[in-house]
Every structure is written in C-alpha cells, then in structure tokens.
Design a protein around this ligand. Structure first.
Ligand SMILES: [Zn+2]
Length: 338
C-alpha cells in the first residue's frame, strides 16, 4: 500500500486516543483577537507572511485546550491567489509548506511542555492527553479562492468542470502532501463535483498521505450547492485515500441529522467541526451574531453527535479555545467509558 500508515490511519489514531479525538477551532477569529488584520482575500494565509508567531500561538492555544488535530492556515492559501499578489510560484510553494511547518512547530512546543508535565487541566490520567497530535493541511474549495461567496453557494457556473477543479488544486495538494503534514483536510466542500475532483486526483497523483473530506450544509440534508449529502459522502467513501468523512462550517442544529446520513454510506470515521451557529453574510463579509447558539448549547450537542456516530469533534468559524476545551471535557468523559 502506497498510502502512509494505510487506510486505517484515522481509525488507528482514534484507538490510541480512547475512541474519540478533538479537532481544533476557528483560526480567523482567534488571529483577530490577537491583533491580526485579516481584511484581505487571502484571509488567515496573510499571517503566514506577516505574523507567523501569532499563528503558532493560536495553534498552541488549541493544543493546550485539548485539540489532538490542528489544521494549518492554508485554507485560503493558493498558488493562484499568491500570484495575484505578486508572489512567485516558488515563494508561494514555500508559503504553503510554511503553513504546515508553523503547525508542526506548535506541536513540538506542546510535546516538550507535555513531557515536562507542566500542565494537567483535566486532573490525572486524562485519556485525551494521551495519543499523538496530528497536523492536517487545510485545503479550501475553489470558491474559497474566488472569495466571492461561492464557497457558501457551491455554484461555480457551467464553465467549471471536474477537470478545471483538478487542475486548480493539483499543485497545491502535491506541495502540502510533501510538507510534513499527517493528512490533508479538504474543508467546506460545497458540491459533489469538487468532491469528485479531489477523489480523482488523489488517486491519479498517488498522493501519499491520507485525506479527509468535509462538507458544509445549510439545510441539514444537502451540501450548500443542493447536492445530496449522501451522494457526496458516497464519493468520499469510495476513495481509498479518504480516511474520514464529515461536516464543517455548518450550524450545530443540522449536524446530528447529517451524521446519520453519512453513516448510511460509510464505516469510515466521521468528523464534525461546526461553526458557532452564527450566520455569515457573504456579501457584507461579516458575521451576523443574533442567530448564534451560546457556547454551552454548542457543547450540549456533543454527546448527541457522538451517539449518532461522530468520533472526531471540533469547531469551525467563531469557535474559540474555550469551545474546544469544553468539547474536550465531554469527549474525555466518553473516552473513559470506552
Ligand atoms: Zn468555518
């Protein structure tokens, strides 16, 4: 098998963690809280250039909060986007690698401190403190590169085909696969065509690290384009490099039903990292706070998600280390029961 650590990669990792693992939370909100200015189409990728120390700090905050999988700041980092900013292909590739290296640096700092036993948030012998930490290289959709709101509609127009999408993503994924990351996280996938494109090129390019496919939904049945969640999950299930399937950047209230739909077509581990439930206004490019759920409400869902079949839980936009710490406590209790 060419795939590093095999197709049971994530299942094996989960076993080492006691059955459940925590994914990190929102990056942009935290970077802004620490003073970063993200008013740019390249979004958090901008920090790769301007303030790598802030990124490292945010990754570390999530590790300290109990995250076992941290996701690199490459969601909106594309070679095409860098080029539009006057950054050469070579420099752009170096920046992509840098996003993973920064996450790996945070992991090293965390591991050193953990070895010295300098914190013990959950008291003695917490299962979630055991097991390795994984670094996932984030890949955002074509719509995330366009930064025109189409990542939230999944409507790319007739000119875009599976082949266009494969060509668009190819080089970035090759670079990220050779950056030291443990897996590729294809995030906020808005439609079936893009899932198909990912599945085909993972195989054609013989990408040698595993991947997860994560979709977003705004109705609890379909992904944002209107394509069926079941169809999208089936594509992910049939790709042998895919080791986990899930949902991110979706309001918490839809998650349980979506997990049940995914579970119908796969036995691969299911991951969920919803947003806070607030609504993003793609035109104004701002969050509408009034529809959100309180942190306690978000966390009250976690047991239901696990009972429905999810084994990896984290947060997406507008979630914070506080959210992740609370999720971590719930999963820690569940893991003890395994
Ligand atoms: Zn999000």
């Amino acid at each position: 098998m060419g795939l590093k650590n095999g197709s049971n990669f994530l299942a094996d990792f989960l076993r080492q963690c006691g059955g459940y693992a925590v994914i990190d939370g929102g990056l942009a909100t935290e970077l802004e809280r620490h003073g970063a200015d993200l008013n740019d189409p390249l979004w958090s990728a901008k920090c790769l250039v301007s303030s790598p120390h802030l990124l490292r700090r945010v990754h570390l905050d999530y590790l300290e909060a109990g995250a076992k999988i941290i996701i690199s700041a490459s969601y909106q980092a594309t070679l095409q986007g860098f080029e539009a900013k006057g950054i050469s292909k070579g420099e752009g590739e170096a920046l992509l690698k840098r996003s993973v290296e920064i996450a790996c640096e945070a992991r090293n700092i965390y591991n050193d401190r953990a070895a010295k036993g300098s914190w013990d948030d959950f008291g003695d012998g917490s299962v979630l403190k055991c097991g390795p930490v994984l670094v996932a290289a984030s890949v955002g959709s074509y719509g995330a590169y366009l930064a025109d709101g189409s990542e939230y509609s999944g409507i790319y127009g007739d000119a875009i085909t599976v082949k266009t999408l494969k060509d668009f993503h190819r080089r970035r994924v090759q670079v990220l696969a050779n950056s030291g990351a443990d897996l590729i996280a294809f995030e906020t996938t808005p439609n079936k065509m893009e899932a198909q494109a990912y599945a085909e090129f993972l195989e054609e390019e013989a990408i040698n690290i595993p991947a997860w496919f994560s979709f977003s939904s705004k109705d609890g049945t379909n992904v944002v384009s209107g394509d069926s969640m079941v169809d999208c999950a089936s594509i992910a299930d049939s790709c042998k490099q895919v080791v986990g399937i899930g949902i991110n950047c979706t309001p918490p209230r839809y998650i349980q039903g979506l997990i049940q739909l995914i579970r119908k077509v796969t036995s691969k581990p299911i991951l969920v990292y919803p947003n806070s439930g607030e609504t993003y206004d793609g035109e104004k490019k701002e969050w509408v706070a009034s529809t959100g759920v309180a942190e306690e409400d978000f966390v009250s869902y976690v047991d239901k998600w696990c009972e429905a079949g999810a084994s990896l839980v984290g947060g997406c936009c507008r979630t914070t280390p506080k959210t992740i710490r609370a999720i971590s406590k719930v999963l820690s209790c569940r893991a003890h029961r395994v």
